[in-house]
Design a protein around this ligand. Structure first.
Ligand code: TXA
Ligand code: MG
Length: 331
């Protein structure tokens, strides 16, 4: 166990310390607009290994490197196609990650031995400041124990990683709440490997031809992250389409001891069931996406055994939200 330093984003000295810790091979959690990241120097194999150890992450699941400026890109990637520049022009800095051919400077531990590397330019001001001061590529997986819901508040990050990492920059909750959209641009057509807040429709405006993983022959080869358990709270996640279905579920079958609901349907507030002890009615799909992982963790802390999640239309960020909910619900 080490002591995890709590750094304050308002203090310049604390952001310098975060950068110094990264340069010295430390593990530092920091905010981004999607979710909190667990940063390490992507050129330092032992630092990268420590991030895998702190998370308990399978070593075959590669990490995203975070950069502060596009001029850094050619140092770490080669054969960058023009579509990559068009996508960066439109969506970077932001919640888009591009998979590109890697150069040797990025160590194999980061890419799990692949010859490609995933690159993101976060828009978050604190993340950018740390990246600018350190001026190294920072590999940063989501700051959570592997398999658990991503950390979207500093408290969630500490719940999973306190004593396992060197420091955390304790900022506000993540604005988006769901991880970046990952697009592989190494082939003939860009392929969406993971959906996120940069939507399929927005990408299509730039790319025209675009494929999703379902259209690709071997999803787990292109997107190693899909091989593993993800986003799962301790309580069982059950998806419901509407209030009627929830009522049916509550009436039939063995009633769960303690359950919770998250969704959009305010009708639920009138549901007369003592089985539901925790309810989050979200204002819209963005709000739902922002809340969902923290809600899962709150449910765990009061030992909820079933979490009912209302499905949303698979449009816009709803597609990414449904992807995460489906994976949280999978056995
Ligand atoms: O929003 C985000 O992307 C957050 C913040 C911290 O930037 N990071 C994040 O990292 O979600 P992580 O490690 O939890 O997810 C990275 C995803 C995984 O699904 C991984 O398989 C995929 O990116 N990935 C990384 N490198 C890849 C590569 N070379 N080829 C294909 N997929 C890759
Ligand atoms: Mg993750």
């Amino acid at each position: 166990m080490k002591q995890t330093l709590r750094l304050e984003p308002q203090k310049e000295a604390d952001l310098r310390l975060a950068a110094d810790l990264l340069l010295g091979g430390g593990c530092v959690a920091f905010p981004t607009e999607t979710v909190y990241g667990l940063g390490v120097d992507a050129t330092n194999p032992s630092a990268v290994n420590n991030a895998f150890l702190a998370k308990g992450r399978p070593s075959d699941n590669p990490l995203i490197i975070h950069l502060h400026c596009q001029s850094q890109l050619e140092r770490y990637c080669h054969s960058i196609p023009s579509i990559a520049y068009q996508l960066m022009e439109r969506f970077c800095p932001g919640a888009l990650t591009l998979v590109l051919p890697k150069r040797d400077l990025v160590v194999d531990a980061v890419t799990a031995g692949l010859d490609t590397v995933a690159v993101r330019f976060p828009a978050h001001a604190i993340a950018r400041t740390i990246l600018q001061i350190a001026d190294i590529p920072v590999a940063a997986p989501s700051a959570n124990r592997s398999g658990r819901p991503s950390g979207t508040t500093w408290q969630s990050v500490l719940q999973d990683l306190d004593g396992r990492i060197d420091a955390i920059v304790c900022d506000a909750p993540s604005e988006i709440g769901i991880e970046s959209t990952v697009v592989d641009v190494t082939g003939r057509f860009p392929i969406v490997l993971r959906c996120g807040s940069v939507t399929y429709a927005q990408l299509s405006e730039v790319c025209g031809d675009l494929q999703t993983l379902g259209q690709v022959i071997e999803p787990t080869v292109n997107s190693p992250g899909l091989r593993h358990r993800h986003y799962q709270p301790t309580g069982r996640v059950v998806l419901v389409s509407d209030l009627t279905q929830l009522e049916e579920l509550l009436l039939s079958g063995p009633t769960p001891m303690v359950s919770a609901f998250i969704g959009l349907d305010s009708m639920l507030l009138s549901l007369n069931s003592s089985a539901i002890s925790k309810i989050a009615i979200c204002e819209n799909v963005d709000h739902y996406a922002r809340q969902v992982f923290a809600f899962f963790r709150e449910c765990d802390s009061v030992e909820i055994d079933t979490i009912y999640c209302q499905c949303v239309p698979e449009q816009g960020i709803g597609q990414a939200l449904m992807d995460r909910l489906n994976r949280a619900a999978s056995e």
